[in-house]
Design a protein around this ligand. Structure first.
Ligand code: NAG
Length: 249
């Protein structure tokens, strides 16, 4: 109750002074963590180099997977300040990834595909293509809310992610008969994400988009779609009973 009164007082101060919640924060934590990521943690992207962007979807195990790339980008953040004066979350590790999703879409995804195409060990951390069981958790909140989360298998020091210059891929299956990508993420163009550290006091958040990035040219590993009819050949081969057989000299 006392903390609620304090919160209301702070909200009043925000309204009067026109400052942001982050500016009221003393320890680097946001004090007004009422919405996603539903946690009292520093969610400011400017206080962290962790970022997420979308990647083309992939076919894997007969399913369609929505893919994202985890990477580091400290440009435009406060993380270029010297250690000690920069926000603590600049030095956080990586532990879990969460998305804000529609509670009505529970069941849409039940597997995560980590690090597709990778099989290496960096600083003792195994970065290897793995499928993990996950679920969409519907939270006990009003209004209703849900998160799509991957934690097991994602934990790594920042230096490990930094060693992958193109970032690391994380994908989620989308089961047929459930929500579309835009229904799941409640947006036509982006997914709202948060990247937590193990202590869960850092949760840099942002928007990853576009939601359905165009496919990149891929090596021809999968069966091609049926070819379009060819235009008439200028010199059609004359029909012959010998067609397809070796002609005698
Ligand atoms: C890094 O962040 C800066 C500032 O937001 C942006 O201009 C730049 O494109 C980003 N670089 C990458 C590789 O995402």
């Amino acid at each position: 109750m006392a903390s609620k009164a304090l919160l209301l007082a702070l909200l009043g101060a925000v309204a009067v002074l026109g400052v942001t919640a982050e500016e009221l924060s003393t320890s680097g934590r946001s004090l007004l963590a009422t919405g996603f990521p539903y946690c009292a943690c520093d969610n400011k992207a400017k206080h962290s180099p962790y970022r997420l962007t979308t990647a083309p979807s992939v076919s894997y195990m007969g399913q369609t997977w929505m893919c994202f790339t985890l990477y580091l980008n400290a440009t435009g953040t406060s993380c270029s300040l010297p250690a000690g004066s920069r926000p603590a979350c600049c030095d956080a590790n990586l532990y879990k990834l969460e998305f804000d999703v529609d509670p009505a879409c529970k069941g849409t995804s039940d597997l995560a595909l980590l690090f597709k195409g990778y099989n290496t060990v960096v600083d003792g951390v195994t970065i290897q293509e793995t499928v993990k069981t996950i679920s969409i958790e519907v939270l006990d909140r009003t209004p209703a809310a849900a998160v799509l989360r991957i934690s097991k298998g994602l934990e790594m020091p920042q230096a490990v992610l930094a060693s992958f210059s193109s970032g690391l891929p994380v994908c989620f299956n989308r089961k047929p008969g459930f929500c579309t990508t835009t229904q799941l993420f409640m947006s036509p163009d982006s997914a709202t994400y948060a990247l937590f550290n193990t202590n869960k006091n850092c949760c840099p958040s942002g928007l990853a988009g576009p939601l359905n990035p165009p496919d990149q040219p891929k090596p021809n590993t999968y069966p091609s779609p049926p070819a379009a009819p060819l235009p008439p050949s200028p010199e059609p081969p004359s029909p012959s009973p010998m067609a397809g057989k070796r002609s005698p000299p």
